[in-house]
Design a binder for this molecule. Structure first.
Ligand code: GRF
Length: 227
């Protein structure tokens, strides 16, 4: 009997868990996840990559890795609607949730996804959506985290991976963070290179921690579960 329980536990621990990745652009962070899966360090399957941008390079990366892709463009969706933009955005997010649900993912990863998701999407995947942000939150939220840090004259910035439980922009519970120093001769481009290098490490690691059930909620804090 005990042996049976052990086998069951082994099977559960070794069950490949699935993710859907949402992108809007280059997809270098998607690539980092693909590569980590290839090395065997991440026991996961990417069920689909969905882009809101037609022609996003990340779609090519996904296809090359044999992953299913879909494009769901907001402007195209908006074209057939007569509602005001906010209502249409909610409808778009509800429709996007339906698309993602088809794949029944354990986790939804926003890897450079540049469209704010409404609760019509987020409430379908409670505490199962994570996002990557190129700054040390709560500093410099929003779309231009790297530029904001430079313009502000910050000496340190970094990368954050966090949950997206609701519509608050970059406000969800923090999973991982890593700092990077802004040197005097850093430009937007040179800092981007440093930030990306950290992102490519942190995002796959956060995915691994989530899929291995290593993350535990404590109020709004995320603690790491050793088991
Ligand atoms: C990353 O810097 C991410 O932090 C930001 O968008 C960028 C996406 O890069 N939200 P990529 O498409 O993964 O190369």
């Amino acid at each position: 009997m005990e042996q049976l329980a052990q086998i069951k536990k082994f099977m559960q621990n070794n069950k490949k868990r699935s993710i859907v990745v949402l992108i809007s652009g280059n997809g270098s962070n998607l690539q980092a996840i693909i590569d980590k899966i290839k090395t065997g360090a991440l026991n996961a399957e990417i069920k689909a990559v969905i882009s809101n941008k037609i022609g996003a390079f990340g779609l090519e990366r996904a296809k090359k890795a044999g992953i299913l892709t879909e494009v769901f463009n907001f402007k195209k969706f908006q074209k057939n609607k007569i509602n005001e933009k906010e209502t249409t955005r909610k409808q778009y997010c509800a429709a996007l949730a339906k698309i993602v649900k088809k794949y029944n993912p354990d986790l939804v990863v926003l890897a450079g996804w540049m469209l704010i998701l409404t609760n019509e999407f987020l409430h379908e995947f409670p505490m199962r959506v994570i996002n990557l942000h190129p700054a040390l939150l709560p500093a410099f939220p929003g779309t231009e985290g790297i530029k904001q840090a430079i313009d502000y004259g910050a000496k340190i910035t970094g990368v954050t991976v966090h949950f997206v439980p609701d519509e608050g922009v970059d406000t969800g519970p923090i999973i991982l963070q890593e700092a990077v120093r802004i040197e005097e001769d850093d430009t937007l481009e040179s800092l981007e290179v440093k930030i990306h290098a950290i992102e490519h490490k942190l995002l796959p690691e956060a995915v691994r921690l989530f899929l291995e059930n290593k993350l535990k909620m404590d109020g709004r804090k995320i603690r790491f579960n050793a088991n």
